[in-house]
Design a binder for this molecule. Sequence first.
Ligand code: FES
Length: 604
Amino acid sequence: MTGGCGACLVLLSKYDPVQDKVDDFTVSSCLTLLCSVNGCSITTAEGVGNSKDGFHPIQERFSGFHASQCGYCTPGMCVSLYSALINADKTDRTGLRPGFSKLTVSEAEKSIAGNLCRCTGYRPLVDACKSFAADVDMEDLGFNSFWKKGESEDIKLSRLPPYNCNNAIHVFPEFLKTVIKAGFKLESEGCRWYSPGSLEQLQSLLQTDEVNDGTSMKIVVGNTGMGYYKELGHHNKYIDLRYIPELSIISKDQTGIKIGASVTISKAIEALKDENEGGINQEGKLVFEKLADHMERVATGFIRNSASIGGNLIMAQRKHFPSDISTILLSVDTTVDILTGHRHETITLEEFLGRPPLVSNSVLLGIKIPCWKSRRDISSKTCTKLLYETYRAAPRPIGNALPYLNAAFLAEVSLCKKSAGIVLNNCRLAFGAYGTKHSIRARNVEEFLSAKLLNFGVIYEAIKLLESTIIPEKGTSSPAYRTSLAVGFLFEFLSPLMNSYTDISKLWFDGYNSDLLSNGSKIKQNCDQFNQIKSPTLLSSAKQVIQLNEDYHPVGEPLTKVGAIIQASGEAVYVDDIPSPRNCLHGAFIYSTEPLARVQGIKF
Ligand code: FES
């Protein structure tokens, strides 16, 4: 499953000589093109720790918490946690607990989101990760071979393989820094790899005979699209867009945020969440945060570290990829910049998606997401409120799973004193990935709802209209389910505006009556309370109590599995690691009834 499971993760470290800064992040090695890691440092699971130089506490704790069964996923899990630890250690968080990292429990849990394990079960895996978190309650950690139930916190801590975040700083090789500072050139055999350093260079490259010689060519940033569009064989030419400054910009101001096409989804999330930049108003920040939260549910962390915003939109435009990003960006009136030859255009994302597939000499330069703000009409004394929410239904809530349908709704509402109701002034309703060519806006429903006083009758009519709009194309699986999802999401968005009318109107009118026009903080306070009504919480916790039966001793005892630690370090040797196809042990495959059964520890 190329790019899907996280078993082959490695830590990629990139040095930026201008800022003298190293970026450490995980990538799927199965998707990463060799030429693209030129000048980078790579740490594998064996590099984290191994039997020769000593195991890392991550590997020891994975083993002690029984977090490795067949071991297929374990090296990737360890690399994910390692990346989370070293990035947390770079922060200036204070109040450290001796023996713990700077990670929080929530970050530790999320560190392995997207790494798939088919046999161990996630509780021990998450326990091993959480054992590093500064705010962990040791009582919450499950069955392990380090301590017995009832032992004190101090004893538990003393039994855990020690972790000292001050000694754990990941070091980028000095010689590589020197090489990078001196400038280096990439030479490769068998294929041509181009890394244009400016738009002009890219444009002239795209027009050269060398590139247009009839052999296959691919424009890449992270090459993660290969995980979805399986490609056989390789291309003769690759053009890497990551070194073109215009495509890598991120800039934020009061009008919105500009994101270059080659910016990775992870970096875009960081920028959207960055509260300190750009002087963005409160409602604008809320929209950006929701966009970032939704993007965090797209693919996996290690894919988002390499996949670019532009690549995602280009796949949606050219190949009808069921993109989440195109739907959420469509709902907030995003514009895109395109360069075709020497013609530079700025068009709406809606127009971009609706055009015929982009020709090969056109380049998506970047996007601009406007900063949203509700109107407060002082003359008519009406207070409006901006509501924004995104939705996604997929086989898994987070982790690599394409959606059955996604949606994003932006609405400006106001209170109508006369009828004691809420008026939906205008709205943007975007839907995608339901078996359609690209994300769309349900314009007919938007127009119907515009300036309507919300009541059950209006919502019912809107839903009927939506049912006749969201119709999956022929051949799409579960079409009725997908349509019902669209209806359900719209209902979920609109119905609280009636159910909690009393609460909302009280909050708004109280704010309005007391001193709405002069007291901005009151408005903000009221709006924040409203947001709390809308925001769902995400909870991830479980407990398992295991009763041991002395009759069958030692069955059920928490004994560390022999070999678990070499599985964690990636050193375990399996039957399918056998290099020769003629190896006499092939019979092992014939007798196996499990398709992915492995035999561990065989020496050659
Ligand atoms: Fe995770 Fe088997 S796949 S241990």
